[in-house]
Design a protein around this ligand. Structure first.
Ligand code: ZN
Length: 333
């Protein structure tokens, strides 16, 4: 009988959902499920809920050989101990080591990482990085940027995540772009950050402010109550030709291109991968080329411009695929 197929059980644990998958060595999702976090904010209840989801995955894979469990969470993570520090979406888990908790309870090696760092790793192994290798053009330095409710990112250098001294590197959303007196406040405590200018939250806030200030005619004014405006409304309005929405998204593309050229100069990537809901909106409006052109126009040398900018094809699964990559890396090392 052939040996059982090796799989990883992966989890992406966010503020609303815990999502889990069983993933094979090719990065394919064989089984997936998700659970809402409990409304009970007690640490034990939230952990218990996620543990049960992992047990479902383990149970599904009982005929296979489970190489380990990979977990992606937002916020700083100690890569050695798997301890979470001030996770913004799950504050009650501050100081908890998921590795110390789950290894004895579930009986498999547990690896934990920051979700954006793991998304970068997932793209390197199974997304844009794999496509680049298949084309005979492997990436030495990959930068992943997710533009969503917030803006995060990760860097993979020669196949390894670049973590920084405390696992906090590549906070790409909190690079300051606007230092002017009107720079918007950022939730990190600073102002003028890329996240305060180009995230989904920022797009909705900017649209609300500009509607109140400018009150122009157009789709945005007619179709929406300013208090309930979302980034999606702005994208829909821009698709209908609304001038204000187009102007807002033009500023977003501009801020994003400045953020990306900073990354180009700091990390000298050969591959930049954009993911997240706002990126999907930019793709639909054909604005990604504009972001790329503006980024390249500011690049300081021809060698810096030797970079490919693509959008993610892994979608929502990118964090889990990255968490599985962590398991495969440990198996190989
Ligand atoms: Zn910030």
């Amino acid at each position: 009988m052939p040996p059982p197929e090796q799989v990883a059980v992966a989890m992406d644990w966010g503020g609303t959902w815990a999502r889990a998958s069983v993933i094979d060595r090719q990065g394919r999702l064989l089984w997936s499920s998700r659970r809402g976090n409990t409304s009970d904010p007690a640490r034990e209840a939230i952990i218990q809920n996620a543990t049960e989801l992992l047990r479902q995955g383990i149970d599904w894979a009982r005929d296979k050989s489970i190489a380990g469990i990979g977990v992606a969470v937002a916020g700083p993570v100690d890569a050695e101990t798997g301890t979470l520090y001030d996770p913004p979406n799950l504050p009650t888990l501050n100081g908890v080591s998921l590795k110390a908790l789950w290894e004895p309870e579930l009986g498999y090696p547990v690896h934990v990482g920051n979700d954006a760092t793991l998304a970068a790793l997932g793209e390197f192994h199974f997304g844009a990085g794999r496509q680049a290798r298949d084309r005979g053009n492997p990436s030495a330095t990959l930068v992943y940027v997710t533009v969503s409710t917030g803006i995060g990112g990760g860097v993979v250098y020669r196949g390894k995540p670049f973590l920084g001294a405390h696992g906090l590197a590549a906070e790409v959303g909190h690079q300051v772009i606007d230092t002017g007196p009107l720079a918007p406040a950022c939730q990190c405590g600073s102002s003028g950050c890329l996240e305060a200018l180009a995230s989904g939250t920022a797009i909705a806030r900017i649209a609300r402010d500009r509607l109140v200030q400018e009150g122009r005619d157009g789709f945005l004014v007619e179709s929406s109550d300013p208090t309930s405006l979302t980034a999606e409304t702005v994208f829909q309005a821009a698709a209908q030709g609304d001038g204000l929405a187009i102007s807002i998204l033009d500023d977003v593309a501009s801020a994003l291109s400045v953020g990306l050229v900073n990354l180009l100069h700091l990390y000298n990537p050969d591959l930049i991968v954009l993911g997240g809901g706002v990126t999907n909106g930019l793709v639909e409006l054909d604005l990604v080329d504009q972001v790329r052109d503006r980024m390249l126009a500011r690049a300081m040398s021809r060698r810096h411009r030797d970079v490919t900018l693509v959008t993610s094809t892994l979608g929502d699964a990118v964090g889990m695929v990255g968490a599985a990559s962590l398991v495969w890396q440990e198996v190989q090392s």
